[in-house]
Design a protein around this ligand. Structure first.
Ligand code: EPZ
Length: 417
């Protein structure tokens, strides 16, 4: 199997696609099993390289990890050792830094390699450390490692300077192992935070306020274990909604929590897309050519930054001028140069991209620079005249399970070469 994704202009996508479990929930709940007192069974886990690598880190530390089927994994961390995961493993995914909070919460000490920045910005961890310090933890960074020393952790109160999904999750994990009630203000409100809170509540931690900006976590030393089903991936779902729209298709996206997609549904409707909402499905039918819109990425429940790239790929052909403002990451427009190679008319000024809709894109060979850029370039290729080749299949597999297979099921002309 090749490593280049080849797409030719496809007929309007049609049919239905079932959404997998949420990557950004799974990569947080897998390390949360470190806080459990016994074997946890996680269901609806997306079979992704980021998920497998997060499990490999736990195995390395002595956890018993057993896949019961393609999307169900049993993780028993009873015999976990508090060691530093090797860089070859931790360096494969940013979410390995959740081991900071998990190991601190369980053992009162942790040492993890600094996470890499990536192509969407420097991605500092100052807010994570601020939260750990509020619990009485001493934090040092030297020769590329973060050393956290509890020395008698206590519950605390942290007010984040900005909304951070990762910092919220990391401090929840640490606080889960600390007696007393820790308060986190200006917390992230993403559905993945609520999913983690639900898991922690099942193993004997008390988390209140998940989904609001104020979290209260009452940890305890004597925690149980449980089973848990991961919520559906709203970003995968939104990506397929946009792919359908970009090809003027008619697609049912199944197995979703529709309220997690409210900002996406609203924005696509503004471009002229018809969206019918069911119990756990959305039917998306796109117009021959959408209308330009303005969009600003914001923390949940605002428009998600992870769909900024796929949406922009669609907006390149919408009639009129669209203004896209990326408020979350400093540098999440690198893929725009690749879209311009396909004939898109986009001007980037700092955190803003101004898109003049063109009638048609033309296929080209393009390079994905991150996970969501890869899906964005594929979406552009579905609607572009001729053939598009996208390099960067490894990014795609990190965040989308069987993306190519699911698109082919909907009629896309896409293959690996
Ligand atoms: C999570 O990243 C997601 N990753 C990202 O998804 C997502 O784009 C992001 O949240 C925003 O929703 C996972 O869940 C594994 P942040 P995270 O901390 O936690 C700044 C994908 O494609 N910041 O909410 O790293 C930071 O630089 C990925 O699935 C600080 O300044 O995001 C950014 O500008 C991409 N200091 C902003 O906050 C800190 O200590 C939001 O980052 C932490 C963050």
């Amino acid at each position: 199997m090749g490593s280049i994704i080849e797409i030719t202009k496809s007929a309007p996508l049609s049919g239905s696609v079932r959404i997998s479990g949420a990557k950004n929930s799974a990569v947080a709940i897998i390390p949360a099993t470190v806080l459990a007192g016994g074997p946890c069974v996680l269901e609806n886990v997306p079979p992704l390289t980021d998920v497998y690598n997060q499990c490999r880190i736990l195995s390395y530390l002595g956890a018993k990890v057993e896949w019961l089927d393609a999307t169900t994994v049993s993780i028993d961390t009873t015999a976990l050792r508090n060691e530093t995961p090797p860089d070859r493993l931790a360096g494969k995914l940013r979410a390995s830094y959740y081991l900071m909070g998990a190991l601190l919460g369980r053992f009162g000490l942790s040492r993890i390699g600094l996470p890499g920045g990536c192509k969407i910005g420097p991605r500092p961890i100052d807010q994570h450390l601020k939260g750990f310090q509020a619990l009485g933890c001493k934090c040092d960074i030297n020769d590329g490692y973060v050393l956290l020393e509890g020395n008698g952790l206590h519950s605390g109160h942290v007010y984040f300077d900005l909304v951070s999904v990762g910092a919220t999750i990391n401090v929840m994990l640490a606080a889960a192992g600390v007696e007393g009630t820790t308060t986190i203000e200006n917390a992230a409100r993403e559905p993945e935070i609520i999913d983690l809170a639900n898991f922690l509540n099942k193993i004997g931690v008390t988390v209140k306020g998940a989904g609001t900006g104020t979290l209260r976590i009452t940890g305890n030393r004597d925690r149980g274990w449980s089973e848990h089903s991961i919520i559906p991936d709203r970003i995968e779902a939104g990506t397929f909604m946009i792919a359908a729209t970009a090809t003027a298709g008619d697609v049912v996206v199944k197995g979703v929590i529709t309220r997690h997609l409210e900002s996406v549904t609203a924005k696509l409707r503004e471009t002229g897309v018809t969206i019918e909402e069911g119990e756990d499905w959305l039917r998306v039918s796109g117009p021959a050519r959408g209308k330009a819109v303005d969009v600003k990425t914001l923390p949940y429940p605002g428009f998600p930054t992870d769909l900024q790239q796929p949406l922009t790929a669609y907006l390149t052909r919408c009639a009129g001028t669209s203004v896209i403002t990326e408020n979350i990451f400093e540098n999440r427009f690198r893929y725009v140069d690749e879209l311009k190679r396909m004939g898109a008319n986009i001007k980037v000024e700092g955190r803003t991209a101004i898109v003049e809709g063109v009638e048609e894109l033309r296929g080209a060979t393009v390079q994905a620079s991150d996970l969501r850029a890869s899906s964005a370039l594929i979406i552009a290729g579905l609607a572009a005249r001729g053939r598009t080749r996208v390099r960067g299949i490894s990014y795609l597999k990190r965040g989308y399970h069987d993306f190519i297979g699911k698109l082919r099921q909907l009629g896309a002309e896409i293959d690996l070469v």
